[in-house]
Design a binder for this molecule. Structure first.
Ligand code: NAP
Length: 283
């Protein structure tokens, strides 16, 4: 079994990106900029945003957070997005999910210009993805593909099973695999006989959010196992897969923490940088 070491790869990628950001600043006078909008006091969101801001700072990306309290009305957030849409120092805008239930997240996100939709969650970028004309790709799925690429794991013609169909992980990831010639199956809470499907998968991805959801008997020998899940149990972060047992069968496996998570953050930073390069072309 080979461990898919996202933590080490993400560190290398951050160091590399830091050099590229310095160069862009020196040669073109451009500092990539990210605006993050957060609403309410969800503790996990607060930590995620703090980590994103810190990561930006480490590589030299300018990042600004606009925090609204829960009572904010939709229009105020939309006005803020429109302000950042016009702001030439900002290349990427993201709205930290989840928003409080009274706010229409899809509607709010739709106000982010396609060219600044750094999360790739907007209809414009999703449409391009579906049409196999990929533009900005969501950070978690793209981070997974980058991890597979680094370890030279082939995708074309492989049977890929993705468990989870969320807008931020499962759906875009499925299309990305399809665009790379995999044979893709998507499973979700209404899927019957899941084990029959997992046992056929060459690449098995779990993005469910239940600890030990994937047990060793559900995995065939030699499977590439990607665990997207983040679950908190007794003060520890664990994934969806029963790692200790599955690692004996898997050909490759991501640890949690230290697998997909760090790849997500560095991929977001790379997306900001890529958008800043477009600013350079427009100058
Ligand atoms: P989500 O929106 O809650 O989606 C969970 C998916 O799992 C849904 O599609 C749901 O099906 C499916 N599901 C639930 N129970 C199931 C069952 N018994 N059998 C099969 N499928 C089932 O979650 P998400 O935002 O995609 O996140 C999933 C997990 O990944 C969470 O633990 C989250 O914290 C983690 N995550 C990690 C990263 C990272 O960077 N590492 C990034 C994003 C998310 P239905 O659609 O039918 O409800």
């Amino acid at each position: 079994m080979v461990l898919l070491d996202g933590k080490t790869l993400a560190k290398e990628k951050r160091e590399n990106l830091k050099k590229k950001v310095e160069e862009l600043k020196k040669k073109e006078g451009i500092i990539p900029g990210l605006a993050i909008i957060r609403v309410g006091n969800d503790p996990a969101s607060e930590i995620y945003v703090r980590n994103k801001l810190k990561a930006c700072q480490e590589v030299g990306i300018y990042a600004v957070e606009k925090h609204f309290n829960e009572e904010v009305n939709e229009q105020e957030i939309i006005d803020m997005i429109e302000f950042f849409n016009q702001d030439k120092t900002i290349d990427g805008i993201l709205v930290q999910s989840p928003l409080p239930k009274n706010l229409d997240e899809k509607k709010i996100v739709s106000y982010i210009l396609g060219s600044k939709d750094v999360d790739g969650f907007g209809i414009d970028n999703l449409g391009h993805l579906l049409a196999n004309q990929e533009q900005v790709l969501a950070a978690t799925p793209l981070g997974i593909l980058n991890l597979l690429k680094e370890y030279k794991i082939p995708i074309a013609s492989k049977k890929v099973l993705i468990i989870g169909r969320s807008q931020i992980v499962g759906r875009p990831l499925a299309i990305m695999f399809l665009n790379r010639d995999a044979t893709v199956t998507i499973a979700h809470s209404k899927t019957k006989n899941l084990k029959e499907l997992t046992l056929q998968a060459d690449i098995l991805i779990s993005a469910v959010g239940h600890p030990r959801f994937i047990t060793e008997d559900m995995v065939k020998e030699g499977t590439v196992c990607i665990d997207v899940g983040i679950n908190r149990e007794n003060g520890h972060v664990i994934g969806d897969m029963d790692f200790e047992k599955i690692k004996e069968k898997a050909s490759y496996i991501t640890p949690v923490p230290g697998g997909v998570g760090p790849m997500t953050i560095v991929t977001l930073l790379e997306n900001v940088y890529e958008l800043a390069l477009k600013r350079k072309k427009e100058k």
